[in-house]
Design a binder for this molecule. Structure first.
Ligand code: SF4
Length: 335
């Protein structure tokens, strides 16, 4: 294994792979229905990387020190035979951890096979536990009851962790924070609050719709005392907190108010094989072209060059990059 670092001396540890560009939801802050209607052209199956191609790419990244894989989308559980891919990736030397980010609507049925195949952790999007607001926030597609049942199954399973991702938007679900916490307090389910981010160009992001981490914390502390705890590892995305008088952990993803680019060791791969070195990237590196025309030695050199020339730190400089219009969309790289 050869550790490589980028121009800001950051290693590569984490690869997030979008295995599906489509989704069964139409969340307004990611895939608004009016922009992603029935006429929208998603990828054709042959345009998506095959499992063998994903395997080849991950093998190269594992050679550079990547040990964690996160499968994302769109909605990754729409990709057929996903357990087959998990088994393949888990067989790669160096890959220690495979996680999945999902909206949970299809999770309960598929969970046993995913776990048998080697899935270690799951993050489930849950912006509210109010069933009508949930339905609305999913673009009138998702049913809360189904997702809550899937969370219970995941909790009772052998998965190493179950985390909930709640994107907080002022005037949309900022009044849902305490009820969500109350539901999972004294459990091992980690509830994470994500500051609404200006990912892509289609989610109507406004600065004044962002509830900053400090404000969320103040809101929580009116009810419960919480204390900051150390990260599990260097470069962990969420700031971790624990209740003082209860069991349970809360996380905060603070890209707007407290950027965490200095330790960012994450790369992202789209379903059609484009490599992105930042969630807010405008530039893509086409690995599929090289996969289908070159050997893995070439691929290795190409990926090494991309990473060693990386200097992304968008969240630290977003205020200087006013109105950049060409950022990649969230559904393409799955967050
Ligand atoms: S903004 Fe880009 S560089 Fe910064 S933490 Fe996010 S993905 Fe990493």
């Amino acid at each position: 294994m050869k550790n490589i670092t980028d121009k800001l001396n950051r290693p590569i540890k984490d690869l997030r792979i979008s295995v599906m560009d489509t989704c069964n939801y139409r969340c307004p802050y990611c895939m608004p229905e009016d922009k992603f209607d029935e006429n929208y052209q998603f990828l054709k199956p042959q345009e998506r990387l095959s499992f063998d191609e994903i395997y080849r790419i991950v093998k190269v990244f594992a050679g550079f020190g990547v040990n964690k894989i996160r499968l994302t989308g769109g909605e990754p559980l729409l990709r057929k035979n996903l357990p087959e891919l998990i088994t393949k990736l888990k067989s790669i030397n160096g890959i220690k951890d495979i996680a999945l980010t999902t909206n949970g609507q299809l999770l309960q049925k598929q969970l046993p096979q995913l776990i048998d195949a080697g899935l270690d952790r799951v993050n489930i999007s849950l912006d509210t536990i109010d069933k009508d607001l949930y339905y609305q926030m999913s673009g009138n597609k998702g049913h809360l009851k189904v997702v809550l049942a899937a969370i219970e199954s995941a909790r009772k399973s052998s998965l190493k962790s179950v985390k909930l991702n709640c994107v907080v938007q002022i005037g949309v679900n900022d009044d849902q924070i305490l009820s969500l916490l109350k539901k999972y307090q004294d459990t091992d389910v980690v509830v994470r609050f994500i500051e609404f981010m200006d990912v892509g160009n289609k989610n109507g992001w406004q600065k004044d719709s962002v509830l900053h981490f400090k404000e969320i914390l103040q809101h929580i502390e009116k009810e419960w005392k919480v204390n900051a705890i150390d990260p599990n590892y260097k470069g962990e995305v969420a700031a971790r907190y624990k209740y003082q008088d209860h069991c349970g952990e809360i996380g905060f993803i603070t890209s707007i108010s407290k950027p965490f680019c200095r330790d960012c060791s994450r790369a992202r791969l789209s379903a059609d094989g484009k490599l992105y070195t930042c969630l807010f990237a405008s530039e893509a590196f086409d690995l599929r072209k090289h996969l289908r025309n070159e050997d893995d030695i070439f691929l290795k050199q190409y990926i090494q060059n991309v990473w060693q020339n990386r200097e992304d730190r968008y969240s630290e400089v977003r205020h200087q990059l006013k109105g950049r219009k060409d950022k990649i969309e969230m559904y393409v790289i799955g967050g």
